[in-house]
Design a protein. Structure first.
Length: 425
């Protein structure tokens, strides 16, 4: 009975994600067109509503073409889906990104980019001149180092120093009709890194297409690449690390995870989790190799800044994202944690630690029951953990849902048939 249920769950999952190829694409692109239209109509952020209206037509046209071709049942449907995917990326990422960066160059005050783009570019300017990017912090109830003429939250740099590399092209010049925009650098890195990951990933072409759609073409990727994008290189690096872990290339996985962890805190959960599943070709654990490379890259790039101004570093990287720096973050979406913190401020100091303790207990119990963990199970656990933390954090944005969505899809892609499924087959 258990074998039959497991087999049925596998068939349902496979049918949904790889659902008749083009028919599934038609559904996804159609829903994306609807989302883009609603966003364009309702968003109050200039970059977002411009993207929404620009992306409606590419998504709608792709949905129509996919639906028509699905009824024709072409022989080379996989090739057609790949071409259609490329055209959707062109219409939902490349063209909107080019237009928005051009418009931003012509009128910087209009808001054709999310605030994080300017924050990254300013930090790169500081770093290129040998200055510390962590300049703002809370001291005795007062904010120190605020940049004049800007909202208080734009004075903070809530990333690790390596994130500044995306702003280096704009550090010394703003010429080039917007070609130095940090989003272009982040998009290029995302496309190159994710392409390499997809080539290395041990999965069918149908599954790889789904991964690329979620990561790059659908609003779960295209919206962020066009308007902000700092999470997209992180996700691409994590996908590349997954491909290396699948191939048991621990040195490459460690370096990749080290780069991601040296950019943003959101890469750390998977970097730590990778220690539990990393193995060499003989099946032995290689957690030390992963830990050594990751720690080395993080320490070399982070410690000099943390030692130079520890309080400012902590205020920017940890306190500000958690809503504890004395300034409201624009990332504070109306999620349960933010609502509860607004209702009673002490919740902001209670919810996250309590969730870590309770969630950590249940994750430990689950890991114990399913030991040794597989890469697929680890990704599924992280998908759940990220979803919970997004909901309970006092100052997080709903956009972070792209992490659990991608983790869930990657968990499906990396899942290996269990013994009972093989017997059933």
């Amino acid at each position: 009975m258990l074998a039959l249920q497991s087999s049925r769950r596998t068939r349902v999952s496979d049918e949904w994600v790889a659902h008749s190829g083009l028919r599934g694409d038609a559904v996804l692109y159609g829903l994306s067109a609807l989302f883009a239209l609603v966003l364009g109509w309702t968003s109050t952020q200039v970059a977002q509503w411009h993207w929404g209206y620009l992306a409606v037509a590419p998504y709608a046209l792709a949905a129509l073409v996919a639906l028509v071709l699905a009824r024709m049942k072409p022989r080379r449907s996989t090739m057609i889906r790949m071409v259609l995917l490329g055209l959707v990326i062109l219409g939902s990422v490349i063209i909107p990104l080019g237009l928005e960066t051009r418009w931003r160059h012509q009128d910087p005050a209009m808001g054709y980019a999310q605030p994080e783009v300017s924050v990254i570019e300013r930090s790169a300017t500081y770093v290129s001149k040998g200055k510390d990017p962590y300049r703002t912090y809370l001291h005795d109830g007062h904010l120190v180092g605020l940049l004049p003429g800007l909202p208080a939250y734009e004075s903070f740099f809530p990333y690790f120093p390596l994130m500044s590399v995306f702003g280096l092209p704009s550090a010394d010049t703003h010429l080039g009709a917007g070609l130095t925009d940090a989003r272009i650098v982040m998009t290029l890195m995302t496309l190159i890194t994710s392409s390499a990951a997809l080539l290395l990933l041990k999965a069918s072409r149908e599954k790889k297409i789904r991964v690329a759609q979620i990561l790059l073409a659908l609003p779960t990727g295209a919206l962020f690449l066009s308007t902000g994008g700092d999470d997209m290189p992180i996700l691409a690096l994590l996908l590349l690390a997954i491909a290396f872990l699948e191939r048991r290339s621990s040195n490459s996985a460690g370096v990749t995870l080290g780069i991601a962890a040296a950019m943003k805190l959101t890469a750390w959960p998977f970097a730590v989790g990778a220690l539990l599943v990393a193995k060499n070709k003989s099946g032995r654990s290689t957690w030390f190799t992963i830990a050594l490379w990751t720690a080395a890259i993080v320490l070399v790039t982070v410690v000099p800044f943390a030692v130079h101004a520890p309080f400012a570093f902590f205020s920017n990287v940890f306190a500000f994202p958690l809503g504890l720096a004395g300034v409201a973050s624009p990332a504070a979406s109306a999620l349960p944690g933010h609502i509860l913190t607004t209702w009673w401020a002490p919740f902001g100091h209670i919810l996250a630690p309590l969730t870590f303790l309770v969630g950590g207990y249940f994750l430990a119990r689950y890991s114990q029951r399913h030991w040794p963990l597989t890469l697929s199970r680890l990704l599924a656990m992280l998908s759940v953990a990220f979803t919970v933390m997004i909901c309970v954090a006092s100052a997080t944005r709903v956009g972070y849902v792209i992490y659990p969505i991608n983790f869930a899809v990657w968990s499906w892609v990396t899942r290996e048939p269990e013994a009972n499924e093989l017997v059933e087959a």
